[in-house]
Design a binder for this molecule. Structure first.
Ligand code: NAD
Length: 251
């Protein structure tokens, strides 16, 4: 697809699961891609995989090690990425974790970690890119929320709060920056086959399947394909939206 050819794309949490799927998809479609994560070894494997899939040898790829919950570190690494690529067209805030427990058993650290990695990271990276995007009068920010942010789920008050928070953040930022050509949207994945969902036990998986009209888990490509749309000019009049990619779960 020519639509994202030459685009400069930053992806947080690009070393596994959904983020890895996005990184490979954008590489295949001609974009320059920098992924951010905590695992250097996995990062360099993905960078090599992106190179193998690239349309041309001129495409730039990189991995930068960063804890996305750390404000100063995130600003510095996002700037480093923009310097390496010569700007930014697309930011995908994808890094996320779960620390599932019933509220009664959840401690302060479970709350803080999930809110910091899932939600504060979005603030950190948006702060870094929004000024250059507004100056360029163009940019696409895509925040990876979750259907849990729309519906809630027992055992996930921290995760659900972080993912609902992303939606409010997205709608507000969209209202701030859309007049300057910057679109901000959310994707709310349902259950996608990744290391995050591989960790569920068989009883949990069976319960989930009952809630999915399509009767199957989504694949990372299902999310990456919607990212391609939101990153391209096909979605230039779409902002402040939440697109559920969930096999019908929230229908
Ligand atoms: P994953 O665990 O496979 O990957 C998460 C990524 O985030 C990894 O690359 C990891 O290194 C990175 N990460 C975690 N903490 C980090 C930190 N402090 N600093 C930098 N990077 C960090 O998860 P996934 O299933 O691919 O999920 C990706 C996103 O999609 C998450 O935000 C998740 O909440 C969301 N999501 C996933 C599903 C699903 O079914 N898998 C459903 C809905 C939403």
């Amino acid at each position: 697809m020519e639509l994202v050819k030459g685009k400069k794309v930053l992806i947080t949490g690009g070393t596994a699961g959904i983020g890895k799927g996005m990184a490979l998809t954008f590489a295949k479609n001609g974009s320059d891609v920098i992924i951010f994560g905590t695992n250097e070894e996995r990062g360099s494997v993905i960078v090599n995989e992106m190179r193998e899939l690239a349309q041309s040898e001129d495409q730039k790829f990189g991995f930068l090690k960063v804890d996305v919950s750390n404000y100063e570190e995130s600003l510095a690494k996002a700037q480093e990425a923009m310097d390496l690529l010569g700007g930014v067209d697309v930011l995908i805030n994808n890094a996320g974790i779960t620390r599932d427990k019933l509220l009664m058993k959840m401690d302060e650290e479970d709350w803080d970690q999930v809110l910091d990695v899932n939600l504060k990271s979005v603030f950190n990276f948006c702060k870094a890119v929004v000024r250059p995007m507004m100056k360029a009068r163009s940019g696409k920010i895509i925040n990876i929320s979750s259907v849990i942010g729309l519906t809630g789920n027992p055992g996930q008050v921290n995760y659900a709060a972080s993912k609902s928070g992303m939606i409010g953040f997205t709608q507000s930022l969209a209202k701030e920056v859309s007049s300057r050509g910057v679109c901000v949207n959310c994707i709310a994945p349902g259950f996608i086959q990744t290391p995050m969902t591989d960790a569920l036990n068989e009883t949990q998986k069976a319960a989930i399947m009952q809630k999915i009209p399509m009767q199957k888990l989504g694949q990372t490509e299902d999310i990456a394909n919607v990212c391609l749309f939101l990153a391209s000019k096909l979605s230039d009049y779409v902002t402040g939206e939440v697109i559920a990619v969930d096999g019908g779960m929230t229908a």
